[in-house]
Design a protein around this ligand. Structure first.
Ligand code: PBG
Length: 347
């Protein structure tokens, strides 16, 4: 007999001299039948300390504005951000990453670099509530601009597009303002050329040489960001992001992006989205020695939730399997809307 319910399998020697030549000598299933052996030999571990929870900060007090396409998540006023920070610390999460949705959007996204801006308020509240918790900020403009693009718009040869170098100056201001508010780590996500170098120089010049940069280095122009754009009200008002985010068909270009960001001073790099780009994570892991993060984005979350809410899949198991696959591909850290769920499941 050789099946899942062998009563005393260690006593059965399939490879000995008495082995039946009709059956294979190598038995991989021997290491699978016993849950304790499976647990002992598991290659990839999930740990709440490696998970980062994204949160959306909005103005007001006592406001929890649900996000339709991300059931279970909401835009939160700063007092609720503080509460989430306390919970994240209690769950032993690796940290939180904050996105700001300002009361007023304008062409330059001024709120993002105002010391009294929404994300600055959220950082302060989170650090006050949970001083030991790692608080990261997303450094970008699309949540703050009225046109929804990730930088300053200019006329680029008769075509409206994001002006790379004008945006760099503002990105530097924004990152510095986040650091002044108390951000422990900044994460530029706008895919501007030179953004890491510009931010590094600004942080160093402003007395924040100890603040690391996690660069969204290989960020693809992905349809999986759809729900986020509802969450942050950041859908581009014209065109799309394909002149700055990467084409989903490319992997060598991702390696160039990552190499350049490391050269410019990125301490960690990110691949985003995660599940549709596991090959990119794996290739980056092979090639670079910096810590690699992956972002399980809003659309990945929405797909899993939609299937689960229809009873088409086992939510908890799909969550754990998806996170495990991202870790197995080589990500050290995962940004995921499931951070608290996973911590609960692991606890
Ligand atoms: C840009 C940013 C985006 C996400 C994180 N940072 C949106 C975009 O590039 O359009 C997407 C995250 C998600 O989909 O969960 N600031």
């Amino acid at each position: 007999m050789y099946c899942d319910d062998i009563p005393a399998p260690l006593a059965v020697n399939y490879n000995g001299p008495m082995a039946d030549p009709r059956f294979p000598a190598t038995r991989l299933r021997r290491l699978r039948y016993h849950p304790a052996v499976r647990r002992l030999l598991r290659n990839t571990q999930l740990d709440p300390a490696k998970l980062i929870l994204p949160l959306f900060a909005r103005p007001g007090k006592g406001v929890r504005q649900p996000i339709n396409s991300m059931p279970g998540h909401a835009q939160l006023s700063v007092d609720f951000i503080a509460e989430e920070a306390r919970q994240a610390a209690k769950f032993g999460l690796g940290g939180i990453i904050l996105f700001g949705i300002p009361a007023e959007k304008d062409p330059l996204g001024r709120d993002s670099y105002s010391d009294s801006g929404i994300v600055q308020q959220a950082v302060k509240a989170a650090k006050d509530a949970a001083p030991e918790l790692l608080v990261i900020t997303d450094v970008c403009f699309c949540e703050y601009t009225d046109h929804g693009h990730c930088g300053v718009i200019a006329d680029c040869g008769g075509r409206k597009d994001v002006d790379n170098d004008a945006t760099l100056e503002l990105l530097a201001k924004q990152a510095l303002s986040h650091a002044r508010a108390g951000a422990d780590l900044v994460a530029p996500s706008g895919m501007m050329d030179g953004m890491v170098g510009a931010i590094r120089a600004a942080l160093d010049g402003g007395g924040f040489s100890h603040v690391p940069i996690m660069s969204y280095a290989a960020k693809y122009a992905s349809s999986f960001y759809g729900p986020f754009r509802e969450a942050a009200a950041s859908a581009p008002q014209f065109g799309d992001r394909r002149s700055y985010q990467m084409d989903g068909a490319n992997i060598r270009e991702a390696m160039r992006e990552i190499a350049l960001d490391i050269e410019e001073g990125a301490d960690m790099i990110m691949v985003k989205p995660a599940m549709p780009y596991l090959d990119v994570i794996a290739a980056a892991r092979e090639r670079f020695d910096v810590p690699i993060a992956a972002y399980q984005v809003s659309g990945e979350y929405a797909m899993i939730e939609a299937a689960a809410r229809n009873n088409w899949s086992d939510r908890d198991r799909v969550i754990m399997e998806s996170l495990t696959s991202i870790r197995r591909a080589g990500a050290s850290v995962i940004l995921t809307y499931y951070a608290k769920d996973a911590a609960r499941l692991l606890g």
